[in-house]
Design a binder for this molecule. Structure first.
Ligand code: KE4
Length: 421
């Protein structure tokens, strides 16, 4: 596999941007190889500037549920761009997308469009703090909610603690209001709430965790979070930026606020936060909690989001079929595995942990065999299978993936597993 042009492009990019990238995980720095520089993508395939063709399971980290360059979205964007790219003024498109979102998330009685998942979760936290008048928040170790200061905090090992900044630049003052607990550890949640529940504004959680690899909530975790937050008057925030539109969790549990991103913009910069009207009516200009954005509700992003959600709604059994397809791929990979692996699945999300034990939280994920992950990743990349370059990410199947893609993937995995033994 030639990667000469990508290597040269990477060296030049490093002159302009930290690590040569505009988001760290794209740098491949933890898998000790240069990242392919992408020229284009179509359907389930992505092509680099050296002309290599890959089956893509990153899907831009989640947005590309329909596959790349879907003709309906491309056509709609071509028309939209002729009408201008941004107005900074209200359009009917924003109302149209909000109405479509509400079909999937009726709990989002009132919502606000923003430009990234980071903005959505940062804003939701501010609203929770403004609405409750409280300052502390609870998050879970290994969950990623974007890079706003309050959320860039890890509490170190598994016990409940008042966070230490995990990034320089996050002040002690900020970190002390963030309590990070082990995912799936409801007794730790109950302990913290019994200690200082009256000070906690919100619990923010990925109801299906996709940022430590894929870690599923255990039976009682989400219901207990709902029960404890209600009991102490804290808000429950579901961060569905990644799992949204792929996994239904709100048919059983209703959060107070929901954060969405990725798929909602069909690959253009768009995200949203929203929830109970009683809470969201406190957001400016209805209320005093301020949040704003020059490009929020951008007409091009709205157009791509509207077309995407329309297809999800109009395609019979879309989610069921995509989930079944994903299960089939996973069975194929498991059938050729020659080392112990875990292959959790949630809808069209999955991942491969190199471990012989069930992964329940970040510590379990971190204890999986990273050396095997790295070797497997590089072998798959060389064979034209484009996986996330980190054990702490999730893989995505799109509507565009087909049996030929899956056969190529399973054949490559068979060879890659052989290289591990
Ligand atoms: P963005 O600010 O990157 O749009 O969204 C932040 C975010 C919030 N919540 C969840 C559950 C998320 O998964 C994310 C972002 N996901 C990562 C992938 N694990 C984005 C990839 C990247 O950082 O480049």
């Amino acid at each position: 596999m030639e990667l000469e042009k990508s290597a040269a492009a990477f060296e030049l990019a490093k002159k302009f941007m930290p690590g040569g990238v505009n988001s760290p995980v794209r740098s491949y720095s933890n898998v000790d190889c240069n990242p392919p520089f992408i020229a284009r993508a179509k359907g389930s395939h992505i092509f680099d500037i050296d002309g290599n063709d890959y089956v893509d399971y990153v899907g831009s980290w989640g947005p590309m549920i329909l596959g790349h360059a879907h003709e309906k979205i491309v056509d709609a964007l071509k028309e939209a761009v002729e009408r201008g790219t941004s107005y900074g003024a209200p359009t009917e498109l924003e109302t149209e997308l909000a109405a479509l979102v509400q079909k999937f998330y009726p709990s989002m009685e009132v919502m606000r469009m923003v430009n990234s998942g980071t903005e959505a979760t940062m804003s939701a936290l501010r609203v929770a703090r403004g609405f409750t008048g409280r300052e502390k928040i609870v998050k879970f170790i290994g969950c990623y909610h974007g890079h706003s200061d309050s959320l860039l905090v890890n509490a170190g090992s598994g016990a409940a603690t008042f966070g230490e900044p995990s990034s320089p630049g996050v002040t002690k003052g900020t970190a002390q209001d963030t309590i990070a607990l082990p995912y799936n550890d409801i007794s730790a949640v109950e302990k913290v709430f019994n200690e200082c529940g009256e000070k906690i504004a919100a619990v923010i959680v990925e109801p299906v965790a996709g940022n430590m690899g894929l870690v599923l909530p255990e039976e009682n975790f989400l219901p207990k979070l709902r029960e404890v937050t209600k009991k102490f008057g804290a808000l429950l925030i579901f961060d569905e930026v990644m799992s949204g539109f792929r996994v239904k969790v709100q048919d059983k549990i209703t959060p107070d606020l929901t954060c969405l991103g990725k798929i909602i913009g069909g690959g253009l910069p768009c995200a949203a936060y929203g929830g109970r009207a009683e809470i969201m009516r406190n957001v400016s200009p209805d209320g005093k909690i301020y949040q704003a954005g020059t490009l929020s509700g951008n007409p091009l992003a709205m157009t791509a989001g509207i077309e995407t959600l329309k297809i999800l709604i109009d395609t019979p059994n879309f989610t069921e079929n995509l989930t079944a397809k994903t299960s089939k791929l996973i069975e194929g990979i498991k059938s050729v595995a020659q080392v112990p692996i875990q292959t959790p699945q949630a809808g069209s999300m999955f991942c491969i942990f190199f471990s012989d034990k069930k992964i329940r939280n970040y510590d379990d994920a971190a204890a999986s065999n990273q050396a095997q992950f790295k070797k497997f990743f590089i072998s798959m990349l060389r064979q034209g299978i484009y996986l996330a370059p980190s054990q702490f990410e999730t893989l995505f199947v799109s509507a565009a993936h087909n049996d030929e893609d899956f056969q190529k993937t399973v054949d490559a995995a068979k060879f890659a597993f052989k290289e591990l033994v």
